[in-house]
Design a protein. Structure first.
Length: 368
């Protein structure tokens, strides 16, 4: 009868409603995972805010607070910050991120002045840290001292001359040598000297503030100021653009451990006079190569668990965790800016690199 038909239709409707609800419920987790991000910018943001290498978890350090950005030759594309301690305008000591600047300055002087050739063996060896300076102590160097007086803690080893040994002593020695002639300069003088040669596309001197006259680690800048430098490389205003990754040295193999004492390093024999020889000392254990004041993140060996993130980018991470980079195509730049605690497990520079290169990968691949 009609009542039975109505009951049957109602039961069918009720069953369909229940089934459709369960289907939606079962699909929700999958949909959420699939839409973590759907663009370069949203994926970079997702990684900065969720990846364990940035925010901690799974045995990794939480590098917060920090500021980060990615941009191109004209502007910032995406940026963000964790915590409130750092933003784009926060000045901080950038330590070895200063080396990128020195490489650019040395190349610029070489080409603009023409008084020396940056590829000459004696200059090239210092810029690629193969000059035999194995340990450099900058303790006691102040704003009021000259670059020469801050070079007194430099140790040279004949045995290591020719082999890659990562040490700021190479840059300090080259700077105060007759080739560059910067020995009498104090911190403010170095800033003025850099601005004569390092200019943006409008011809204005780039921000280049020095806290101490240490060419491998004495700068104090904000992320915004450093970004102007990286953009000037990308747009071709600085001639080091054509030297990124050029004449690379060191294959990442090293004789003594990265955390060894200076005495151990002095005992390290030169492994080769060839530019591609192994490293007597390197703070990077992944096998990155080194060029004119910057690393090449190029170890994508199948035996390296971080291989997918080593895309050939050029970088110069600083001891306290300031991590600037330019991608291999010379299209984009990026920065992770912070001043971490040196007691941080793993070290601030390595932890910022780990976070920063994952943000870069997410941006370039539009994937979390």
């Amino acid at each position: 009868d009609s009542l039975a038909v109505m009951r049957q239709q109602f039961l069918i409707f009720l069953l369909c409603t229940i089934l459709s609800t369960e289907i939606v419920r079962s699909e929700e987790p999958r949909v959420i995972r699939a839409t973590q991000c759907n663009s370069a910018t949203s994926c970079a943001n997702w990684t900065a805010n969720n990846n364990p290498y940035c925010v901690g978890g799974s045995g990794h350090a939480n590098i917060s607070p920090f500021y980060w950005e990615i941009g191109n030759e004209t502007s910032v594309i995406v940026s963000g910050q964790k915590g409130s301690s750092y933003d784009r305008n926060t000045d901080m000591l950038i330590a070895s991120a200063s080396k990128f600047f020195f490489g650019a300055y040395a190349v610029e002087r070489s080409i603009v002045d023409g008084t020396y050739n940056v590829s000459d063996l004696n200059v090239y060896k210092y810029l690629t840290m193969r000059g035999g300076y194995v340990d450099f102590s900058s303790t006691g160097c102040t704003f009021l001292q000259t670059a020469s007086s801050c070079n007194s803690g430099n140790k040279y080893s004949t045995d290591e001359d020719g082999a890659f040994a990562y040490s700021g002593g190479h840059f300090q020695t080259l700077a105060v040598s007759p080739t560059l002639g910067l020995g009498d300069l104090k911190a403010d003088d170095v800033t003025s000297e850099y601005q004569k040669y390092l200019k943006d596309s409008s011809g204005n001197g780039l921000p280049a503030n020095f806290a101490t006259p240490l060419f491998a680690g004495g700068m104090k800048l904000s992320a915004g100021d450093y970004a102007l430098f990286l953009r000037s490389i990308l747009n071709g205003s600085l001639k080091i653009k054509n030297y990124l990754g050029k004449d690379k040295v060191g294959d990442g193999t090293y004789i003594v451990p990265p955390n060894s004492t200076s005495i151990d390093r002095l005992k390290c024999p030169g492994t080769s006079t060839s530019p591609t020889g192994g490293a007597c000392y390197s703070p990077v254990t992944e096998g990155f190569h080194y060029s004119y004041g910057h690393w090449i993140e190029d170890n994508n060996s199948t035996t390296n668990p971080n291989a997918q993130f080593n895309d050939g980018s050029f970088s110069s991470p600083g001891l306290y965790g300031f991590y600037p980079w330019i991608d291999q195509s010379k299209t984009f730049y990026g920065i992770v800016a912070r001043k971490g605690n040196l007691l941080e497990t793993g070290g601030p520079y390595l932890n910022s690199l780990e976070c920063g290169r994952r943000i870069r990968w997410s941006f370039l691949n539009s994937a979390p």
